[in-house]
Design a protein around this ligand. Structure first.
Ligand code: ZN
Length: 512
């Protein structure tokens, strides 16, 4: 059996990723990320800075290099530098570095119009910079900036540039699709050509994602014989960003059978680290990384999973130290509920499960977001309900200005009869209580017990959109204490439900 092809990954989150609009890593963040990328995620190489940026940047690179040297990783830490004869190399050496990624012009247009040099002048300057790097013991890789356009517009220029450098000691010739303009077919043809023309050289591909094709282009590049791929965590990078490390790693492994060194189980935790340091968050539905991508919302999927893992693919959450979850909402079925109950170690009778599911679907229908964490509240709410409720909430609009009284317009049904009343009070709940008392004045057996404690909770770990639970403790006329709960996304409405439960069960107690 032939060996699986080996592809190495170069992560440039700390250099190209930092070119994302509004992103600037603090020196200590750069050091932590470099350690996480090489030490935990096992990326093959990292590009950590542009030479010459600032003293703070150089200090961060110095710390990364000191740590990397200690771990034996020094030759895997790279810094972007320029054809400036000695300045970039001096900067890198000053930071204890060992590798320059030398930015040369990969398109004749850039060479003539931006540098205002002939190709021969540019090539001569590149050689001088490489000479100096060699004297200083710095390894050289070469970027062919804007190679994708340069190759399309004037391939002879690109051939000539590589030809003139091919006998130098250059580790990687790095081919950027700087503006993210290539399609997979174009990548296959262009990289195939480069690799065939210069079989002794090692080529890297540096894709950008302007057309959303970065990952597909990586597949094409690997097919064409590329040796190494550049990517960033969370797709960070200028405009639409670079190729996503998570997607590249998983696609190369699963779809192309490539051997990689990446430790997949750290992809998500390092993505979260980059999110918090960069302030740029991945979309909920971003492949592998998004918060929702291992959540089944449809009851039928949960049912299939419970019976025989029918909806499980090779892309399992466990690979990334994540868990599959089953959303609760209007599409949830019995199986989604059962999966969640199993997870929490709760067992309910069929009858109670039906009641809980009906409540979940009812809440989901009213566009409330329900998470598994809300489930204990819903269970407590439903199982504590009195089926023979005499007073039921139909509608309630509340208005609470910052200063002055709150007001409500309340509609309830009492024994099936719809009754409305307005109320004012010291806060929305007080206004509700007064309106309700007014409505119930003709029903002496339906009285509101004395409120002695009132607490509002959201589920542990819940966010601002979590359901709230109002838990109210009452003292009945008999002196007995009773606690009722109400659940709703609006905490005042949750308290209304808790209050009506108290009135309904108090009435039941009086009748008994
Ligand atoms: Zn780039």
């Amino acid at each position: 059996m032939p060996n699986k092809p080996q592809i190495t990954l170069m992560d440039t989150t700390l250099r190209d990723g930092e070119q994302t609009q509004g992103v600037s890593f603090a020196p200590s963040e750069k050091v932590s990320l470099a350690q996480a990328l090489l030490g935990r995620l096992k990326v093959d190489r990292i590009e950590v800075a542009s030479a010459g940026v600032s003293a703070g940047e150089q200090e961060a690179v110095r710390k990364i290099n000191a740590w990397a040297k200690d771990k034996g990783y020094l030759e895997r830490v790279e810094v972007l530098g320029f054809v400036d004869h000695n300045r970039s190399i001096d900067w890198i050496v000053g930071a204890g570095g060992k590798v320059i990624n030398l930015l040369t012009k990969g398109s004749e247009n850039h060479c003539r119009k931006q540098l205002r040099q002939t190709p021969e002048q540019h090539i001569e300057n590149i050689h001088k910079t490489i000479d100096y790097a060699e004297q200083q013991g710095v390894n050289v890789n070469v970027y062919l900036e804007d190679w994708s356009n340069g190759y399309r517009d004037a391939p002879e220029y690109v051939y000539h540039l590589v030809e003139s450098l091919k006998d130098r000691k250059i580790g990687h010739f790095m081919l950027p699709d700087t503006l993210g303009v290539m399609s997979p077919d174009e990548v296959t043809a262009a990289i195939g050509d480069m690799v065939t023309r210069f079989p002794a050289l090692s080529f890297d591909f540096h894709p950008h994602n302007d057309y959303g094709l970065a990952t597909a282009n990586v597949m094409a590049a690997v097919d064409a014989g590329i040796h190494s791929i550049h990517c960033t965590v969370n797709c960070l990078g200028e405009r639409a960003g670079n190729a996503s490390l998570a997607e590249v790693a998983v696609v190369l492994r699963d779809k192309m059978g490539i051997d990689l060194n990446i430790a997949e189980e750290h992809i998500v935790d390092i993505s979260q680290m980059v999110e918090s340091f960069s302030g740029k968050f991945v979309a909920c539905n971003a492949p592998i990384l998004g918060s929702d991508v291992f959540t089944q919302t449809a009851g039928i999927h949960a049912d299939g999973d419970k019976k025989a893992n029918l909806y499980v693919t090779h892309l399992t959450p466990e690979r990334f130290a994540r868990k599959r979850t089953y959303a609760l909402g209007k599409l949830a079925g019995k199986a989604s509920l059962e999966q969640n109950l199993d997870e929490m170690g709760i067992s309910l009778s069929d009858e109670d499960q039906k009641k809980v599911l009906a409540k979940v679907i009812q809440l989901g229908d009213s566009k409330q977001i329900i998470t598994p964490e809300d489930l204990p509240f819903i269970i407590a709410d439903v199982l504590g309900s009195n089926d023979a409720a005499r007073v039921m909430l139909i509608d309630c609009a509340t208005f609470s200005p910052l200063s002055g009284k709150s007001s409500v317009e309340l509609t309830v049904s009492v024994d099936g009869k719809t009754l409305s009343e307005k109320g004012e009070g010291n806060g929305a709940y007080d206004a509700f209580a007064r309106a309700l008392d007014e409505i119930l004045i003709d029903y002496p057996e339906l009285t509101r017990p004395k409120l002695i404690d009132y607490q509002v909770h959201i589920p542990k770990g819940g966010k601002t959109n979590a359901l709230t639970e109002a838990s109210i403790t009452w003292e009945l006329a008999t002196g007995r204490k009773m606690t009722t709960r109400g659940v709703h996304s609006n905490q005042v409405v949750a308290a209304m439900y808790a209050t009506l439960k108290a009135i309904n069960s108090n009435a039941g107690e009086l009748v008994q």
